[in-house]
Design a protein around this ligand. Sequence first.
Ligand SMILES: CC/C=C\C/C=C\C/C=C\C/C=C\C/C=C\C/C=C\CCC(=O)SCCNC(=O)CCNC(=O)[C@H](O)C(C)(C)COP(=O)(O)OP(=O)(O)OC[C@H]1O[C@@H](n2cnc3c(N)ncnc32)[C@H](O)[C@@H]1OP(=O)(O)O
Ligand code: NKO
Length: 377
Amino acid sequence: MGLIQLLKSQFLSHLIFYYVFLASGLIVNLLQFCTLPLWLVSKKLARKINIRLCYCISSQIVVALEWWSGTECTLYTDPKNYPLYGNENAIAVLNHCSEIDFLCGWTFCERFGVLGSSKVLAKHELRYLPIIGWMWYFLEIVFCKRKWEEDRRTVAESLQNLHDYPENFWFLLFCEGTRFTPKKHEVSMQVAESKGLPKLKYHLLPRTKGFWVTVQNLRGTAAAVYDCTLNFRNKQVPSLLDILNGKKYHADLYLRRIPLELIPEGEAECAAWLHKLYQEKDSFQEHYTQKGCFPGPTVTHPRRPWALINWILWACMLLYPLGLLLVQLVSSGSILTILVSVTVACAASLGGRWMIGQTETNRGSSYGNKEVPSKNN
Ligand SMILES: CC/C=C\C/C=C\C/C=C\C/C=C\C/C=C\C/C=C\CCC(=O)SCCNC(=O)CCNC(=O)[C@H](O)C(C)(C)COP(=O)(O)OP(=O)(O)OC[C@H]1O[C@@H](n2cnc3c(N)ncnc32)[C@H](O)[C@@H]1OP(=O)(O)O
Ligand SMILES: CCCCCCCCCCCCCCCC(=O)OC[C@@H](O)COP(=O)(O)O
């Protein structure tokens, strides 16, 4: 292990990341709270400010991926569609294969300039996650309880609110509804069989209702569906903790742009269309497994410096006063104050580690572990 690699795996390096993330996150949450009265005066301005505030937080995790771990992200796509990315609203449909797929999504958002504004259909539990969940509230993220009887109204209403959104955004949908595990795969393939659908090897059977309601409510707002299939080179299984330890990965994303007009309007037709899409995605994953790459050309879209600049600014702003305080504490020689500092450091470390734990599949939900009998059957 080289010196730099050793440095990246040290507790102190992680502590700095955690401290900057938690302290800046809470400051951003507070600033977001202060924008509340502005929503009454100018919704457009309040949204624009919140987009930038959200960027301050989410770009820090992108920095960990792009700059700290040096992970590379290659985009496979038709070059003729390339100028459209970042310049239109889109619904991104991504496979839920790893603990950092959301982060790879964020990285592409960053490279195409839509990181601050991009959204997701997220499980309700994430709403309460400190910093990220609170920031999402102000970003008008759409939450679902994964209970269709409740979601059909709330999700549609939240999506309708995005009609006059002032900046381009990508709306991410993990149609599988939960992360891939062998158990969930087995259950969902039983459901596929009972519905007479072909089995999928690399995906869970997609949940179609969220997709249908999203497409219906974003017609006229989003121009296209981006069918995104993600995989990692050499069968790597990445985690956010390994990213923080400086482990480098290589992510490949295959992106197809499908104009929204091509997606059927009726619920049953739309569901059938999505099932077919996942069968195609499965064949792309098979191609990747066999050949080590996706079909089609790659385009190079380099990382931008803004996320790193944002992190350095926050780090300078937050580490300088902390450094002064620590020098004073140590020079005062008071055991009590030193004990307090150690406690604060441990709290930051535990807090950061707990946040990372939220991304770990083995702590994931039991959603999809057991077949829910369909009301139509
Ligand atoms: C250039 C690069 C371009 C792009 C880059 C890509 C992306 C970047 C973009 C944006 C990034 C922005 C932010 C990202 C940041 C962080 C995100 C991190 C995480 C959040 C993600 C989540 O929280 S995922 C979980 C929540 N989301 C979802 O669940 C969405 C999918 N689900 C649905 O759509 C559901 O339909 C629902 C939630 C709306 C409702 O769920 P419910 O369970 O109540 O109903 P269903 O209809 O789905 O279920 C009943 C039907 O399902 C059948 N069934 C039963 N068991 C199973 C089973 N095990 N598997 C499959 N199907 C099953 C059952 O038979 C019923 O069938 P019907 O025929 O009646 O439909
Ligand atoms: C700079 C780094 C400092 C460390 C900070 C840690 C930041 C943690 C970011 C948390 C982002 C939260 C996103 C969680 C995404 C996720 O993993 O969702 C899973 C869901 O889809 C499905 O859930 P499930 O049904 O349980 O599989």
